[in-house]
Design a protein around this ligand. Structure first.
Ligand code: SNW
Length: 292
């Protein structure tokens, strides 16, 4: 707690200095010149100017996870790092959180952004703002092949793991009413329970399920589209300068093929969605298609 107080005090000083600088800039009519401006050194209202603190997850491979040396990596991590670079920031610090506390930690200013395959929903928008979407996929029930789970009806009377605070939990509460839900803080704990037989299946993101399936001989038993809740970067409400900059950089990363490259690297063999590809690689929608 003492450390916390100290850090806040330091941040307070930095913030005061930044405000003073901004005021000086205003007075000289040069405010808000963006990342390249020399006067305004914190255009995105970051906790520490020049650094982005990211709330993430250590066990959501291949989206966000820590490798053998403890470094954060994965699709979301590499995409966000690329986007941050495009807005002039290379000092990006990822920290693992429980998913259930992640959005609150962003909303109350402990982190500048949340990056963890976080689906954009109206409910979550009450707590945080989101960048535009960057990934739309499936929610997957993963089980042992012996569990005989092939469709949603097969979950009746079964024990199903969900990570607290996820869309999977919300979907299961609403739709799997005859299933016993067992809540876990993270995927690793839930997978251990599937492997030990303490639960019959676990409900998580498609690519993470694929990863665990290979590792533990489990299978993707049911895939449920979650295209209406594409993942976005979560930021504190009202920080439009930061949001706009992230969006612009994100769309650049899509347009120049960086998004596609990362998708192929981290999700090999998965169907390539259209909407985040460079515009000249997108297939025409049916109404524009000459065959329609
Ligand atoms: O809604 C999907 C989205 O379409 C894409 O497949 C990436 O995952 C989602 O954002 C859902 N992710 C869950 C959620 O937002 C779990 C996140 C996690 O476990 N890291 O609750």
């Amino acid at each position: 707690m003492k450390l916390h107080t100290l850090r806040r005090a330091v941040i307070g000083t930095v913030a005061a200095a930044a405000t003073a600088l901004a005021l000086t800039a205003c007075a000289s009519g040069a405010a808000n010149s963006g990342a390249t401006g020399s006067a305004d050194d914190n255009p995105y209202g970051l906790i520490t100017p020049g650094q982005i603190r990211v709330a993430s997850l250590g066990d959501s491979k291949p989206y966000t996870f820590t490798d053998e040396s403890g470094e954060f990596t994965g699709f979301d991590v590499e995409l966000f790092t690329d986007v941050a670079h495009r807005i002039g920031i290379d000092d990006v610090v990822f920290t693992g959180q429980d998913f259930s506390g992640l959005l609150a930690a962003v909303a109350n200013g402990q982190f500048d952004v949340g990056v963890a395959a976080i689906g954009i929903t109206e409910e979550r928008k009450q707590t945080v703002d989101f960048s535009d979407g960057y990934l739309a996929g499936y929610l997957t029930v993963m089980a042992s092949p012996d569990a005989d789970i092939a469709d949603e009806g097969d979950l009746d009377g079964k024990r199903l793991g969900v990570v607290q605070g996820t869309l999977q939990e919300a979907y299961a509460v609403k739709n799997f009413t005859d299933t016993e839900l067992v809540r876990f803080p993270d995927n690793n704990a839930a997978i251990s329970a599937v492997v030990s037989g303490a639960v019959d299946a676990h409900f998580l993101d498609y690519e993470a399920a694929k990863e665990y399936a290979e590792q533990y001989g489990l299978e993707n038993a049911i895939d449920i589209p979650s295209f209406d809740a594409p993942a976005g970067f979560a930021i504190a409400k009202g920080n439009d300068a930061f949001k706009d900059a992230l969006n612009e950089a994100l769309h650049e990363a899509m347009e120049d093929g960086t998004w596609k490259e990362l998708y192929q690297k981290w999700f090999p063999g998965s169907p390539m969605p259209d909407q985040y590809l460079p515009s000249d690689e997108q297939t025409p929608t049916p109404s524009e298609s000459p065959t329609e």
